[in-house]
Design a protein around this ligand. Structure first.
Ligand SMILES: Nc1nc2c(ncn2[C@@H]2O[C@H](COP(=O)(O)OP(=O)(O)OP(=O)(O)O)[C@@H](O)[C@H]2O)c(=O)[nH]1
Ligand SMILES: [Mg+2]
Length: 454
């Protein structure tokens, strides 16, 4: 299955910067670098692994391309498991592109998205949960998300699923042995009750993982949060205060924001993917109308609505209509009463489920943040989190097969020799998570999400 050709690519962004890196992986890696690079140290000839060599890169005409540092890693002790070369040159897109061109001329192919990691997987350096954790690690932008992905990269989920698979294999082996050697006392302890309780334990573990998904996904992807409210209530001002920058235009004129503005903010370890919208009101202005239509689309997608109200006006009839709508579609929302700096405290209306703030002077912003955090981050910490829909769906499949098995065992309708089929299905579903059961399509799907150099 492993391709016999060598792959290469620029693995750092193509911008002017300090260092740019090209990676080559495969059987021809060392042969290619020999033709392209002259090391100052003659020890380079011995190709000692995990050493760095300084020298000069040349093109095929003998023109100097750069002075570079070359790292050699002999397979299987490399990321991909193959002979690997990393060329660290100056972060100049021209140098990088020219050097890659020479490498391709010398016989390597330009790598596809995720191809280095795919090779690492196919060479048994990583399972699929670890491969996918690499992508999460690259994207993590807070400590919690990072810890989650790094644990998975170290193999926490791989090991957990491994234990579940091992348990299933033992039960399947017993069932099959009891069919082949029905009179032998293979293991008397394996009564239906024992099997049932072992399956129950497995189901417990699977349910725990399934239950961790919503929290895992929030840790990894954050919460889609939409700012809505009538014109001029201060939606854009709140966005700017939370971001600590003048991102959205603010004026005293109603209808300032027309196109939605999307930003990301971190509240401690919680990411808010926050959208400032045109809000809602009746209008004849075509552009504003489009903006308001967009607001409704965002409301549908939102996990949290911050519903802004001007403290001087309180809730208007339009607001009540919107609140009813949000309740009807079962959206989580907070009523945020803004501009409290303009009104005496005693004059404030007491509204349920509301927080009082001033986007202008920062009053109440900390309370708003901690309320949002409490809404989404659970106190209790799970041992494992799954944060990937693929794992969730596979676990559901596995659980369904175990449920069917339990039913068959209980009713006794299914002949014993067919009983293990459902257990095998449950096993295969788990095996697709770690990748000991995979199709090329599954790999294409997973690795196409990676960047070219990974
Ligand atoms: N005093 C005071 N003024 C505020 C506060 N928040 C916003 N404003 C003012 O209210 C006006 C409208 O603010 P925006 O943030 O543009 O309101 P918006 O809801 O985004 O308005 P549209 O985009 O037009 O729907 C501006 O003049 C802001 O300076 C606040 O907490 N206190
Ligand atoms: Mg606005």
């Amino acid at each position: 299955m492993l391709k016999e050709y060598t792959i290469a690519n620029i693995i750092t962004p193509l911008i002017e910067c300090g260092i740019g890196i090209i990676r080559i992986s495969g059987i021809q890696s060392f042969e290619i670098i020999d033709k392209l690079f002259q090391a100052y140290n003659s020890a380079f000839k011995q190709k000692e692994s995990h050493k760095a060599y300084l020298g000069v890169l040349h093109n095929s005409n003998g023109d100097k391309l750069d002075e570079a540092l070359v790292l050699l890693m002999k397979g299987p002790h490399s990321f991909t498991g193959e002979d690997t070369v990393e060329i660290h040159c100056h972060g100049n897109p021209f140098i990088l592109k020219e050097t890659l061109k020479e490498i391709i001329k010398l016989g390597a192919k330009k790598s596809e998205a995720g191809e280095f990691t795919r090779r690492a997987f196919l060479n048994g350096k990583l399972d699929l949960t670890q491969s996918e954790a690499i992508l999460d690690t690259i994207k993590a932008n807070n400590q919690k998300a990072l810890s989650l992905s790094l644990n998975q990269l170290e193999g926490s989920l791989k090991n957990k699923i491994g234990l579940l698979k091992e348990d299933l294999i033992n039960i399947i082996a017993y069932l099959e042995a009891s069919i082949d050697f029905p009179d032998d006392e293979i293991e008397e302890s394996y009564t239906n009750d024992v099997i049932n309780s072992r399956i129950d334990k497995l189901l417990d573990e699977i349910n725990k993982l399934l239950n961790s998904y919503s929290q895992g996904k929030i840790i990894k992807d954050g919460v889609m949060t939409v700012l809505i409210g009538r014109p001029n209530v201060g939606k854009s001002s709140l966005l700017n205060s939370l971001l600590n920058e003048e991102r959205a235009i603010i004026t005293h004129l109603p209808g300032t924001t027309r196109d939605a503005i999307e930003e990301q903010i971190n509240i401690g370890d919680l990411i808010l993917n926050i959208v400032d919208t045109a809000g809602f009101r009746e209008t004849e202005d075509l552009i504003e109308k489009i903006g308001i239509k967009k607001t409704y689309n965002y409301i549908d997608k939102a996990q949290l609505i911050l519903f802004l109200v001007d403290a001087r006006q309180g809730l208007t009839s339009d607001d009540y209509i919107m609140i009813e709508h949000l309740k009807k579609i079962d959206k989580k929302f907070l009523i945020v009463i803004n501009k409290v700096d303009l009104i005496k405290k005693t004059k404030l209306e007491d509204i349920n489920n509301s927080i009082y703030i001033s986007a202008k002077d920062g009053t109440g912003l900390e309370e708003l943040k901690s309320t949002i955090k409490d809404l989404f981050i659970k106190d209790e910490i799970e041992e494992y989190y799954i944060s990937n829909l693929r794992y969730y769906e596979s676990l559901v499949k596995s659980k369904d097969s175990l449920d069917i098995f339990k039913e068959s065992l209980e009713t006794g309708i299914v002949p014993t020799d067919l009983l293990s089929i459902d257990l095998k299905d449950a096993y295969i579903a788990l095996a697709t998570i770690t990748g000991d059961d995979f199709t090329e399509d599954l790999l294409d799907n997973i690795f196409s999400k990676f960047c070219i150099g990974k």
